[in-house]
Ligand binder design. Structure first.
Ligand code: CA
Length: 228
């Protein structure tokens, strides 16, 4: 799995970016200031760095130059985040050695597209996991489509996210609380029974016999486990 280091002092933004990347199968580390970013960078050897420009202690442009000067880190792709959208700042960002930049505010979809593009260009980087496969099921993560026996089964957004979470953790029991947090998000209040309802809908799409599920197994009093 590719490892991404996010250096960003805006806590909510850092968390949203981290959640988005984790949802796509990345391992994510975060640092809230430039010095912590430098420590984590040297200790953890990330495959990609997402770097804010305005940071406490050590700003993003200085950190970017340090990364590029050090032979151990010079090859790591960097995406800069900037709130300052003028051309001059963009050029400064690229001259400092960044591979790409995103101007705040930006959408998570655009951000993810930039991450994928930069990772594709980077030589020798681990491939992104694009598909989850289990017997006759194939879940395309980039296309957000499910195929069973080669035939597409339409999923809602939440059904897709739920199935991806289950398939990524195959063999592991996921509690309803954990599923709510991962699929519906930290700040979203939904009844735990919502999980059960979505599991039922999913079973109708992926189980040979939805009344006797073999793929998504209920673990009584705890939650659900994907068997594949
Ligand atoms: Ca900042």
């Amino acid at each position: 799995m590719a490892k991404v280091l996010i250096v960003e002092d805006e806590e909510t933004l850092a968390r949203n970016l981290a959640d988005k990347l984790r949802g796509e199968g990345f391992v994510v580390l975060t640092a809230a200031d430039g010095e912590d970013g430098l420590d984590k960078l040297r200790g953890e050897h990330p495959d990609l760095i997402v770097l804010d420009i305005m940071l406490p202690k050590l700003d993003g442009l200085s950190l970017c130059r340090i990364i590029r000067r050090d032979a151990a880190t010079a090859h790591i792709p960097i995406i800069m985040l900037t709130a300052r959208g003028t051309e001059v700042d963009k050029i400064v960002g690229l001259e400092s050695g960044a591979d790409d930049y995103v101007v705040k505010p930006f959408g998570l979809g655009e951000f993810l597209a930039r991450v994928r593009a930069v990772m594709r260009r980077a030589p020798g980087r681990p491939a992104l996991q694009d598909e989850l496969i289990s017997n006759d099921l194939r879940l395309s993560l980039t296309g957000r489509r499910l195929f069973k026996d080669g035939k597409e089964r339409k999923l809602s957004n939440k059904e897709f996210d739920l199935l991806a979470e289950l398939m990524r953790n195959r063999g592991v029991v996921l509690s309803r609380d954990l599923i709510l947090t991962k699929v519906w998000g930290y700040d979203y209040f939904v009844d735990k029974r919502t999980v059960d309802v979505h599991i039922r809908w999913l079973r109708e799409k992926i189980e040979d016999d939805p009344s006797n599920p073999k793929r998504i197994v209920t673990v009584r009093g705890v939650g659900y486990r994907f068997e594949g």
